[in-house]
Design a protein around this ligand. Structure first.
Ligand SMILES: Cc1ncc(COP(=O)(O)O)c(C=O)c1O
Length: 413
């Protein structure tokens, strides 16, 4: 993500990418809440709506907020340099059209399936809610799934081919483990399928899935893009080039009828959040990696071994995948995701630990500035009862470590 001569870095553009659409003198973006927009005053300037609109872009004049609105346009404009880092500025204006926001991560995934209409989706593990969306498509038109990690022969048997989707979540919810995007891009493209990457756990700044062959990148913007646990948001971004542009145009047109557009206030909150995305994510990533390192060392007999080993069985995070570093350090050159999981020795300890912590809220979700821990069984019926998922915030990491340490000690007593 080194800045090229012809463009500013994503951190700079997160502050300035929307300057070109800023018609007002306000430094802080105004909050636009109008759902409807006046047509031109002069009858001669009125442009009746065309017949069937199959693709839409950001230059469409504002009419009604289910189609487009100021705060949403601003959000999608700022996301472009973050989702396509290193792109020369003249291209960024067009690329803003490739970013389509939704009212939640799951509504973005639903919109993708509506857009592509695959017969088969290759998927494995990851966020359980995506399987709920798939089950709706199973009900509507018999969509099938096949294991993402199955062999080519099994993919053949499932009929995975042109027009289908290989859906890779990396890093993976809840373990924080990463998978090679390039490997799945090659497997998907070989058979004419598209690769969608749910990059929620590796937000902009940590990885650029397009660099490794993703056709569509999805985010639950509720997490790091929002970053303050106060907005639901979903993002789909399509690859550069004509094909990606056309797909984004149809996604934008279909969103009108799905109705799953982000609310104006949420759009504004998203803009507020993107300004600090890089600062937050780099701090959260560094914090998480330090805490994982401490836990891993303790489990191997290092500092605090006695208290950690008495109650923790194992820890999972991409930073521990040393055998994968040959590709992983290229895919995530600036650090790993800020979420990891620990498996406790007993379900009782997993249930108890969150109540003993002072600095971690016991809550689901992730990506906010505040650290969260979740006994995962609270929101996912399919998981091991010893599992705790931890989302690290922007607090001082040594305070977080001390908090975990005192809780382990209490469990041991
Ligand atoms: C990896 C991943 N993808 C998608 C989603 C769904 O996002 P949302 O809750 O914004 O619908 C989540 C939510 O936790 C998630 O963790």
């Amino acid at each position: 993500m080194a800045p090229s001569e012809s463009t500013f870095s994503p951190a700079t553009l997160a502050i300035h990418a929307d300057d070109r659409i800023n018609k007002l003198t306000d430094v802080a973006p105004p909050i636009h809440t109008s759902t409807t927009f006046r047509y031109p005053r002069h009858a001669a300037d009125l442009q009746p709506v065309p017949g069937d609109v199959e693709t839409v872009d950001l230059s469409t004049p504002l009419v009604y907020s289910r189609l487009a609105s100021s705060n949403i346009n601003r959000l999608e404009t700022i996301l472009a340099p973050l989702l396509y880092p290193g792109t020369p500025e003249p291209e960024l204006e067009e690329l803003s059209n490739h970013v389509v926001s939704y009212s939640s991560g799951l509504s973005a995934f639903h919109a993708l399936l509506v857009n592509v209409v695959p017969k088969v989706v290759a998927i494995s593990g990851g966020y359980h809610g995506c399987y709920g969306v798939i089950s709706l498509h199973q009900k509507m038109h018999g969509l099938k799934t096949v294991d993402l990690h199955a062999s080519d022969e099994e993919w053949d048997k499932a009929g995975l081919s042109k027009g289908d989707i290989v859906h890779l979540e990396t890093p993976l919810n809840p373990s924080g483990k990463a998978f090679s995007i390039a490997k799945y891009a090659e497997r998907a493209h070989k058979r004419g399928a598209i690769l969608s990457v749910d990059a929620t756990f590796g937000p902009p700044g940590l990885q650029d899935p397009f660099l490794w062959g993703a056709d569509v990148v999805m985010h639950s913007g509720t997490k790091y893009i929002g970053g303050h646990s106060d907005l639901l948001c979903g993002i789909l971004a399509t690859k550069k080039g004509v094909e990606g542009g056309e797909q984004a145009g149809t996604l934008r047109a279909e969103r009108i009828f799905l109705g799953s557009v982000l609310g104006g206030l949420e759009g504004w909150l998203g803009v507020r959040s993107l300004r600090t995305l890089e600062l937050r994510v780099s701090r959260q990533s560094e914090n998480a990696t330090r805490i994982v390192e401490w836990l891993d060392r303790a489990l191997k007999g290092g500092q605090d071994a006695e208290i950690v080993r008495s109650t923790v069985e194992s820890v999972t995070h991409a930073s521990l995948q040393i055998h994968d570093f040959h590709w992983l350090k290229k895919q995530m050159p600036n650090g790993f995701g800020p979420v990891f999981s620990i498996w406790m020795k007993s379900p009782q300890d997993a249930r108890q630990l969150p109540s003993l912590l002072k600095l971690f809220h016991h809550a689901t979700s992730l990506g906010g500035v505040e650290s969260l821990i979740e006994w995962r069984r609270m929101s996912d019926s399919g998981v091991d009862e010893r599992l705790l998922r931890i989302s690290i915030g922007v607090e001082n990491w040594e305070d977080l470590k001390a908090d975990l340490s005192q809780a382990f000690k209490t469990l041991k007593e």
